[in-house]
Design a protein around this ligand. Structure first.
Ligand SMILES: O=C(O)CCC(=O)C(=O)O
Ligand SMILES: [Fe+2]
Length: 300
C-alpha cells in the first residue's frame, strides 16, 4: 500500500497542510443476521456528522448478493459509462447531470432497477432502508427519495468499475462526492445546499484484499478544488497532489460480498486495485443527505 503513494507538493492553499482537530473516525460493525437497527444507528450518526464512516459486515445475505450479480449482468440497463469514469453501470447517477435529466431518466428506469434489486417490497436492500427510516423516525427525521419536479430520484445504481491500465494501483481514482452536487447545474435541486453528503455502498460482489474502498482524512475546500481544477466534479485528485499529512490518516476498508460501507463522502476516497481480482467487483450505491427540515433524502 505505502509503496504506491508518491508525494510532491502542489500549490494548494497553505491551510491544507496543517490541521490538528481531526474528526476522522470510522466504526466497524459486525452485523448480527437481519439486525439492521445498529447499522441504521451508525448510518444516522454519519449523517449527523458525529462519525466519518462505518463498515457493516455481512449485512446482505450471500444468496441475495448472487441474485443481484446475476440480474445486473443480464439487465438491459447494463451499459458502459461514457462520462470519463470507466465502468459498466445499471441505473443513473447525478454525476455531471442536471436534476431534470436525472429525474427523466429515473422515471424510465425505476422498474428495471427494481427488477435487479428484487421485485419483492421486502428485498434485503429495501428492508435495510425501512430499518433506517424507523430508526430515523425515532429522532424526528423523515427518510425519503430526493425529488425534483415531484419525481422521486433513483436511490441505487449498480456499477462494475473497469481497470484502465495494467499497472494502475487505483480502480477508481481519488475523489470527493460533494463537489458534484454543488455544481451549478444542480441549482434548484433540493440537495444543492447540503454541506455533508453521505455515500452508501452495498457490495453484492467483493473479494478480500481486492478493490478495497479507501478514504483519507481530507475534506477539500472550494479553494483547494479550484487550485486542482476539479471544482465541479471533485474528480480526480492525483495521488501526487494530495498533501502527505492527509494521506497518513486513512482507512482502508477491506470489504467482502454482503458488506455495506457508509462514508461522509466530502472526505476524499477512491478504490484500490489491490490483489487484482477486481474485475468481478460489483457495488450498488447512492447518496443520503440530511436537510435542514429534518428530511433525510436519498438519491443515486
Ligand atoms: O465502488 C466503490 O466502492 C465506491 C465508488 C465511489 O466512491 C463512488 O461511486 O462515488
Ligand atoms: Fe465516491
Amino acid at each position: 500500500m505505502r509503496a504506491i503513494l508518491k508525494y510532491t507538493r502542489v500549490n494548494l492553499p497553505k491551510r491544507s497542510f496543517f490541521h490538528t482537530d481531526s474528526k476522522f473516525k470510522i466504526e466497524d460493525i459486525h452485523t448480527p443476521e437481519n439486525d439492521y437497527g445498529k447499522v441504521a444507528d451508525a448510518f444516522i450518526r454519519v449523517l449527523e456528522g458525529k462519525l466519518t464512516g462505518m463498515h457493516a459486515r455481512s449485512l446482505l445475505p450471500i444468496d441475495y448478493c448472487q441474485q443481484l450479480e446475476k440480474r445486473f449482468h443480464s439487465s438491459p440497463l447494463k451499459k458502459s459509462r461514457n462520462d470519463g469514469v470507466p465502468g459498466y453501470e445499471a441505473g443513473v447517477t447525478q454525476y455531471k447531470k442536471s436534476p431534470d435529466t436525472l429525474s427523466k431518466l429515473a422515471y424510465t428506469q425505476h422498474g428495471l432497477i427494481r427488477e435487479i434489486m428484487g421485485k419483492d417490497a421486502d428485498n434485503p436492500i429495501m428492508n435495510f432502508f425501512h430499518a433506517l427510516a424507523k430508526e430515523a423516525a425515532k429522532r424526528g427525521y423523515l427518510v425519503r427519495a430526493a425529488t425534483f419536479n415531484a419525481e422521486p430520484m433513483p436511490i441505487i445504481r449498480f456499477c462494475q468499475w473497469i481497470k484502465q491500465h495494467d499497472n494502475d494501483t487505483l480502480l477508481v481514482q481519488m475523489h470527493d462526492d460533494l463537489a458534484q452536487v454543488k455544481a451549478a447545474l444542480n441549482k434548484g435541486f433540493e440537495i444543492y445546499d447540503v454541506q455533508r453528503l453521505v455515500a452508501y455502498n452495498f457490495y453484492p460482489k467483493a473479494k478480500q484484499n481486492s478493490g478495497q474502498f479507501y478514504a483519507i482524512d481530507w475534506q477539500p475546500t472550494n479553494e483547494e478544488r479550484e487550485a486542482l481544477g476539479v471544482s465541479d466534479t471533485g474528480y480526480p485528485y492525483r495521488l501526487e497532489d494530495i498533501p502527505k499529512a492527509r494521506v497518513e490518516r486513512r482507512h482502508v476498508f477491506n470489504q467482502e460480498s454482503g458488506d455495506l460501507i457508509v462514508l461522509d463522502s466530502s472526505y476524499v476516497h477512491g478504490v484500490l486495485v489491490g490483489r487484482d481480482e477486481c474485475r468481478s467487483r460489483l457495488v450498488a450505491n447512492g447518496f443520503a443527505a440530511l436537510l435542514p427540515n429534518k428530511n433525510i433524502v436519498l438519491f443515486a
